[in-house]
Design a binder for this molecule. Structure first.
Ligand code: COA
Length: 261
């Protein structure tokens, strides 16, 4: 249990899961991944839960993985069985519909988790950012497969390689999200949509969702990404990126000799 992930089950069967670490822009720690994975597992098994709604406190949906935990993993100090694996596999295997309400920036896994959500609402100033290459890493959460599938290779390559922010309007136009709403209305709108979905026949919803997603393919892609991700974490390039973040400076990769993959 961590206070940085909150749960609330409504009478309509909507389990709202709130990422609540706003002072660190909702950067996700191993403990938080564990709590998110538990929520998805609970939703799978609990007949009272018909829809899972992911939302976040503060001005940022999520700054992605906690970079200090990446730094620890890069020197072999990370957890032996990181909860992120359970969380990502949980997203791929989620039985109940996932709705997301995204305000401000969604960085890294903050964006890639949305590719597993079934209905995504963005606030007007939401921005999707996938800076894996800037951190000398590779995409995860099966996003190396799902993002080009959703938006085409050209846009996906640009998002991954340049790591620049994609505004909410473009995210909807490209098919990453469903709808843009004013920030003040985001949470209420997301609850309305979640309640509307929760009122549908759950047997039909879960069967439809299963037909629409190839969980086996997604998990195979995640495994493939993970083996490269772990190698990249230990690279001199990634260590420079994490040090630069901690020291609040630009990373300088120019003096690092190219390493063999
Ligand atoms: N991991 C750990 N801490 C993070 C974090 C992350 N991913 N993102 C933000 N924080 C922390 C900052 O270190 C800062 O902590 P401090 O107040 O103790 O110094 C606090 O959250 C506020 O962040 P700050 O950078 O001052 O806010 P901002 O509004 O200027 O920028 C972001 C917000 C999200 C754009 C920026 O923090 C950022 O780029 N974070 C890193 C994102 C990232 O690379 N994630 C990994 C993706 S794979």
């Amino acid at each position: 249990m961590t206070p940085e992930i909150k749960y609330e089950l409504s009478g309509c069967g909507v389990l709202a899961v709130t990422i609540a670490r706003p002072d660190k822009k909702n950067a996700l720690t191993n403990e938080m991944y564990g709590a998110l994975a538990d929520a998805i597992a609970r939703a799978n098994d609990d007949d009272e839960i018909r829809v899972l709604l992911i939302q976040a406190d503060g001005d940022t949906f999520s700054a992605g993985n906690d970079v200090s935990e990446f730094a620890a993993q890069s020197t072999g100090d990370g957890p032996k069985e990181p909860n992120v694996v359970r969380f990502l596999q949980g997203l791929a295997n989620a039985r109940k519909p996932l709705v997301a309400a995204v305000q401000g920036k969604a960085v890294g896994v903050g964006t890639t988790m949305l590719l597993h959500c079934d209905y995504v609402l963005l606030s007007e100033e939401a921005q999707l950012i996938t800076p894996f290459v800037n951190l000398a890493l590779v995409p995860e959460a099966a996003s190396s497969y799902l993002l080009p599938l959703r938006i085409g290779h050209a846009r996906a390559f640009e998002m991954f390689a340049l790591g620049e922010a994609v505004p909410a309007s473009a995210a909807v136009a490209w098919g990453i999200a469903n709808k843009v709403v004013p920030n003040a209305e985001l949470r209420a709108e997301a609850h309305l949509v979640a309640e509307k979905i929760a009122a549908k026949p759950i047997g039909s919803l879960t069967a439809m969702k299963r037909l629409m997603r190839d969980a086996e393919k997604l998990i195979a892609q995640m495994d493939c990404e993970r083996s490269i991700f772990v190698e990249r974490l230990a690279s001199a390039e990634a260590k420079e990126a994490f040090a630069a973040f901690a020291q609040k400076r630009q990373a300088d990769f120019t003096r690092i000799v190219r390493q063999k993959m």
